[in-house]
Design a protein around this ligand. Structure first.
Ligand code: NMX
Ligand code: MLT
Length: 440
């Protein structure tokens, strides 16, 4: 397989870089840690390393050095499509190179060959409680397939070394990733379309086939491709990426690690915000029974803040400007659904919310993130079952986190195990009391 050969070469070089840094410069300081950072969710602490993407607070995300616009412009596209292949984005994340048409075709063919989901997975999904959340079902499906792990099997047979571990991880990743959109579409139709399933279309790519199996017409295929590219990676510290990395760092296989990442993505402050945003817009429309004026929208923002809630899809732990992933979706919406009332509301909120949040004075970033807009576009194409939105995010994020854990293993990154301290220890630091012996 050409992808594996390419990675082999690159891994050799990258291993040398890591070893040189460790051997020759291991004691160079990266930064200091304050009590505020220790108590405050490690914000701003540079304690993770990845070359797959980097998030600049003002510019936004770069995937392997490329901005959102560059990726959308440079990656190969299906004939007649507006958006690039997700397979091309996966290739870029994994290798750092923009694939040629031939290289992307190899991934498309490989994914098609690997995407058939074992029957037992469908049986497990069919037997889950009807109230089970779609992302719970996806995590269960991924965990259920753990028995397929070639890494786990080889480990049990004592075949794994630090040198070859990544090859088994890569095999698991290539077996697992193409199945994720298949399982997601199955869950959607099981839960919301009377289990009236649509078989895959062997002619279609990752995003195109997902749209087809969802039963939604064009340009939903292009929106799917776009969305899966945009959310694929956001450097390493976000909850889903960090969770996946953490679990994999103890040499769990790709199945265990991705299922953990899917669970990590669910919270309303992370991937669950997509769902919360649409809910928020719907509650607003229900309350006012009409499209609000700017003043009414401003008041609704204040009502939300004054009741102690967050405005979903606004703010960010790293970003300090409008998320370029929000902008890319906004552009798509302006082109394809400019008259959609809910979509117009997103644009109106963009005019109102930053000012309100600035006046409120709490959020360090008053600008929208990717999650504010997704639901309105999904709803336009009929996917208004907002509980499903974390699953869409999961499909996309799988590409990045699975690339990351392959590289983690290739570069021999060790088990993650930071040190914790007690509050008493922090207090004794402040009091400069080095004689204190009781830490609780
Ligand atoms: N609405 C109201 N208050 C906010 C918002 C917001 N959108 N964003 C931040 N704040 C508050 C935050 O709750 C905190 O309040 P307190 O001091 O009472 O604890 C204060 O502002 C300072 O928080 P920040 O340092 O600005 O944000 P932090 O880095 O802690 O958290 C988020 C980042 C993204 C969790 C936060 O901005 C938020 O809750 N946003 C709304 C939920 C959301 O959109 N999440 C999706 C993020 C992107 N994703 O895809 O995961
Ligand atoms: C993400 O894409 O993971 C979110 O923007 C959250 C983050 O980066 O912390």
């Amino acid at each position: 397989m050409k992808l594996k050969e390419k990675l082999k070469e690159k891994i050799e070089t990258e291993r040398e870089r890591v070893n040189r840094l460790l051997k020759e410069h291991g004691d160079v300081k990266v930064g200091d840690i304050t009590i505020a950072q220790v108590i405050g969710g490690m914000r701003g602490l540079k304690v993770l390393v990845t070359d797959i993407s980097y998030l600049d607070p003002f510019e936004g995300i770069r995937y392997r050095g490329y901005t959102v616009d560059e990726v959308l412009q440079k990656l190969p596209k299906p004939k007649g499509a507006e958006m690039p292949y997700d397979e091309a984005q996966f290739y870029l994340l994994m290798t750092g190179d923009i694939p040629t048409e031939q290289e992307v075709q190899e991934i498309i063919d490989l994914f098609k060959e690997k995407r058939k989901v074992p029957n037992y997975v469908y049986k497990v999904l069919d037997s889950m409680p009807t109230q089970a959340r779609p992302d719970v079902m996806l995590a269960v499906a991924v965990d259920t397939m753990q028995q397929e792990s070639v890494f786990a099997k080889a480990y049990a047979e004592n075949k794994i070394t630090k040198q070859n571990a990544w090859e088994y991880m890569l095999e698991d990743v290539l077996n697992l990733l193409p199945k994720i959109p298949m399982i997601a579409a199955y869950i959607y139709r099981l839960k919301y379309k009377n289990n009236n399933q649509i078989p895959e279309n062997p002619d279609l790519d990752f995003g195109g086939n997902f749209a087809y199996m969802m039963g939604i017409d064009k340009p939903y295929d292009d929106f799917s491709r776009l969305y899966f590219i945009l959310l694929s990676d956001h450097e390493s510290g976000n909850v889903s990426a960090h969770t996946t990395h953490l679990v994999a760092s103890a040499w769990a296989d790709a199945y265990y690690s991705l299922a953990a990442g899917i669970n990590g993505l669910s919270g309303p402050l992370h991937g669950g915000a997509t769902q919360e945003a649409l809910k928020w817009f719907q509650e607003l429309l229900k309350k006012l029974n009409k499209i609000p004026t700017k003043e009414e929208l401003e008041q609704f923002c204040w009502d939300t803040l004054n009741s102690g809630q967050v405005i979903p899809g606004y703010g960010h732990a790293v970003l300090r400007k409008t998320d370029p992933r929000f902008v890319a979706q906004l552009e798509f919406g302006k082109k394809h659904l400019p008259d959609d009332k809910l979509f117009q509301l997103v644009s109106l909120l963009y005019e109102v919310a930053p000012d309100v949040l600035t006046k409120h004075g709490k959020a360090k970033n008053p600008w929208p993130n990717c999650d504010n807009i997704t639901g309105t576009i999904q709803a336009h194409y009929g996917v208004d079952q907002y509980e499903f939105y974390p699953v869409l995010f999961d499909i996309s994020r799988s590409m990045g986190v699975l690339s990351n854990i392959t590289w983690d293993r290739a570069l021999g990154y060790p088990i993650e195990r930071p040190k914790s301290v007690t509050l008493k220890m922090l207090e004794s630091l402040v009091q400069k009391d080095t004689t204190a012996k009781v830490w609780f």
